[in-house]
Design a protein around this ligand. Structure first.
Ligand code: ATP
Ligand code: MG
Length: 134
């Protein structure tokens, strides 16, 4: 893969197969090409040679919307976009509230969000009481 015509390839002769469910660590010095592998998986830059297959399908022939919807990244730094927690979890409004609640429970975040809500309410009440004290 090269980032632009005329530039040197940044990934060359990379050949690996990963089994379903396998956990793999990518290690390499800065500039080694770790992020470039993700760039290729998401087809942000198309390969200049070679191919990537997932479940036997060459991703070059998978529609971009389908490919990108099927891949997930958990970034190193947590990011929340402006908006509700619901919008952050389900930006395209494809899931029911019950499904989102189950997902939150499965990653033990439901309790955290309930706690945050309670703490926010206590804080709001304390502020109201303080401000309305004669
Ligand atoms: N947008 C880009 N345009 C041109 N070259 C790029 C671009 N992004 C990365 N490169 C080059 O591709 C090579 C691999 O970089 P890459 O970012 O994949 O490395 P990395 O292993 O993720 O490094 P790091 O540990 O610093 O994140 C480097 O030589 C880098 O300069
Ligand atoms: Mg990187």
């Amino acid at each position: 893969m090269r980032y632009r015509e005329g530039l040197k390839p940044v990934l060359q002769g990379l050949d690996l197969s990963l089994r379903a469910g396998e956990k793999v660590g990518l290690v390499g010095r800065t500039g080694a090409g770790k992020s470039s592998i993700l760039v290729c998986l998401y087809r942000i830059v198309e390969l200049s040679a070679g191919r990537i297959t997932i479940d036997g399908r060459d991703i070059a022939h998978v529609p971009l919307r389908v490919l990108r919807a099927r891949l997930s990244i958990i970034p190193q730094d947590p990011v929340l976009f402006t908006g509700s927690l619901r919008h952050n979890l389900d930006p395209f409004d494809e899931r029911s509230d019950a499904q989102l609640r189950t997902a939150l429970e499965r990653c033990a975040l439901a309790l955290a969000s309930a706690l945050t809500l309670t703490l926010t309410r206590i804080l709001a009440l304390t502020l109201t009481l303080t401000l309305t004290k004669p």
